[in-house]
Design a protein around this ligand. Sequence first.
Ligand SMILES: Cc1cc2nc3c(=O)[nH]c(=O)nc-3n(C[C@H](O)[C@H](O)[C@H](O)COP(=O)(O)OP(=O)(O)OC[C@H]3O[C@@H](n4cnc5c(N)ncnc54)[C@H](O)[C@@H]3O)c2cc1C
Length: 341
Amino acid sequence: MSNSVELVQTDVDLQPFNTLNISARARKFASVESVAELKELLTDFDSESPLVLGGGSNILFSDDFEGLVLHMAIGGKEIIKETKEHIWLKVGAGENWHQTVRYCVNRRWGGIENLSLIPGTMGAAPIQNIGAYGVELKEVFEWLQAVNIETAEEERFEKQDCRFGYRESIFKNELKGKYIITNVVLRLSKYPRLNTSYGAIKTELEAREIKDPDIRDISDIVIDIRNSKLPNPETLGNVGSFFKNPIVDKKVYERIKETHPETPGYPMKNHEVKIPAGWLIEQAGWKGKVVGNVGTYKQQALVIVNYGGATGREILQLASDIRKSVEEQFGIELVPEVNIV
Ligand SMILES: Cc1cc2nc3c(=O)[nH]c(=O)nc-3n(C[C@H](O)[C@H](O)[C@H](O)COP(=O)(O)OP(=O)(O)OC[C@H]3O[C@@H](n4cnc5c(N)ncnc54)[C@H](O)[C@@H]3O)c2cc1C
């Protein structure tokens, strides 16, 4: 029997592996700890298109998964280059994102402190170009390595290859389901320029009377703000923002403002405006609403919550009802941020 076959378990409950806390079964399941193991598995199970799972914090299982789930557990952090100003850190896809942020903050390597406390793994971070509090992964991203599922060969992707956008990358689009990210290289700054553009960070710095903040202050503040606003998936199943914030043409925004003058909007490039999806959902009457085992979070309507024992289908039904209400009221189609399987 080959080693890779020994790695594979059958009929595994995925509940401990997704932060929505949904029970779904994987017909086959393997935890992958090295690139060699991954290549071996892909070669031995070449007829199947596997599902890659990191921390399960951006995935919704609508049903059991009939194929092979590959749980990414490839570890390792390595400095691969250093100059007077920068550090190039190569991180394994299975490393926890937040722990990596704190690892960098503790060493005074700046660039990702605003992204503190985002759940999940390093390998998933480029998939949707994670972002929070005025910063996106792409700002520190250098390159990544990923194994081509068809050839089982490792390839390198530079920043421009990844086509990063707002919660987007090529891996969510043209290359969806074709590559498995094995490691990511970040370029961090030894003399970081802090990003305090986000209002809540500024307010907290003032409240704490911090006049000369460093990256640890920013990280600590972001952690505290997030803890006060978002439900902890360990106690209340969720995937953070369920939908993306819609970006509409300025003309569409002006039209909405004719009937809803108070609609918030943030100007973007190309005469576009970003409208907070949470606000739209709240206006449509869904904030804090509970339907059976599911609902929206009482403090933030954009977060759909499993109040206990929910199925993936119940979550999908609620999401569909919310989309319908928002579309009827505002003519805007909400797009899920979560990956639905
Ligand atoms: C409370 C909470 C708050 C959140 N806040 C934010 C936020 O502020 N900003 C933000 O951007 N996101 C946020 N998220 C969403 C989520 O944390 C991120 O998208 C995170 O990057 C997902 O990582 P993961 O390892 O859990 O991915 P998973 O959920 O396991 O996977 C997500 C997708 O990526 C694919 N994937 C995972 N790993 C790999 C890999 N190595 N190679 C190829 N494909 C892979 C999966 O197949 C799936 O399609 C939040 C989630 C929660 C629960």
